[in-house]
Design a protein around this ligand. Sequence first.
Ligand code: F6P
Length: 560
Amino acid sequence: MASSTSLICDTEAWKDLKGHVEDIKKTHLRDLMSDVNRCQSMMMEFDGLLLDYSRQGATVETMDKLLNLAKDAQLTEKISRMFNGEHINSTENRSVLHVALRAPKDAVIKADGKNVVPEVWNVLDKIKEFSEKIRSGSWVGATGKPLKDVIAIGIGGSFLGPLFVHTALQTDPEALECAKGRQLRFLANIDPVDVARNINGFNPETTLVVVVSKTFTTAETMLNARTLREWITAALGASAVAKHMVAVSTNLALVEKFGINPKNAFAFWDWVGGRYSVCSAVGVLPLSLQYGFSVVEKFLRGASSIDQHFQSTPFEKNIPVLLGLLSVWNVSFLGYPARAILPYSQALEKFAPHIQQVSMESNGKGVSIDGLPLPFETGEIDFGEPGTNGQHSFYQLIHQGRIIPCDFIGVVKSQQPVYLKGEIVSNHDELMSNFFAQPDALAYGKTPEQLQKENVSENLIPHKTFSGNRPSLSLLLPELSAYNVGQLLAIYEHRVAVQGFVWGINSFDQWGVELGKILATQVRKQLHSSRTQGTALEGFNYSTTTLLKRYLETSSEPQM
Ligand code: F6P
């Protein structure tokens, strides 16, 4: 068992898995897939979801060994500590309680001895009331017009999760109906081009701006907020800010300082990590403005269903735990550094970008939670695109180049079915034919013998051979309602936590993003003094000096 100051790689279970790698390397998925009992044991159902991980490079024995690893990593205890509100984010001395954001009203979840669920529901009730006022037109803008458009300003966790859920709900029939006549946009990048794209076609008179920032200090978000405040005040006068700007933050003092009435601010708490904040006001406010609170509540319920499953289901049937353990197996033992997230649904187009932050900001770490350097890699490179788009882009590499474990995500019932007369299948069946075919193409491949039988000319045989034995898993959702979107989110959030718990790292801090921010401050100061006082460049290396010199000498930025 790993003690608090030892590393997981020193445990017997880890060493046992290391030794097991050779056994697996001798197998081929073609053979593993012919063992029906094995495949049967690698199917898991929960609350309408079906997970099939039979195409992982793993046997029943591998799974037993991974469960032993979970034991040595004290996974049960770590999950309990999270749900019990202990300060498991030790470098920031914080609880990690995003599960409380979607807990039922009568649940009791404590942080520092206090039940946080009533506070969560106070904010949810406030969002419900406010979003109904905006949507019904009882809250109007400075010139008396209803606010039908919303721009949510935020970056990272204050952007990617809400964008993913918005994109997923956009074509859901119920959500679509509720969003009639309304638009929701997201302004994240500090690039003024993003500002231009966001305000294009919007009228300040009918626009509500929601500034979303946990800290209310993030440079990009604050400059974008000042830019849109200027857009509003230039058109409607300074007093319009009260009607046209609201905020979501943990830092209500800074919200007030910015000029937004704290009454129009929606709180969340330091026990919610930025990348885990979509179920707080960060996501719930903009999404409720667009779709109405009742749709968003279904999303929260879906996430909560997975939370309960994660907290109480034995590991051998626990979807996030199984997924997390398999990811550790792929990264740390089989040596696959990446993971492709491949939804066969256009509505999940922004899922991979969101999971990139959830996973890579959480688990891209070099030391253990106790600060010991890790002699193994953690985290993986996550990337992905909706299914068939990816097929015509990067799948070549996945089929014949590097081995990249793939997550295939499919949906039984399309949000927007199309049946064309004369076609042999519906459009959704056409899409899903690919969802079912690709995992087998990866697993089985195609042998030179098969090609010979097809009379493929000898010189092409090496090019047309597929080695196969490429792992994937398939997750089938019944449909893509708000509820299912919530389930999907929570599965991935907890899977990432499981990986971090097993690796023995802190998945809930993000010190790695700080250094770049500090260096940007030095550059910002230099740009200001060079432009206003002609100050010579100082304190930068040859490379940066050359680039900055070129930028300053040739740019047409106005002197501020
Ligand atoms: O990129 C670093 C980060 O701190 C993320 O973790 C966070 O989601 C993002 O910046 C935005 O932070 P804030 O919500 O405080 O503006």
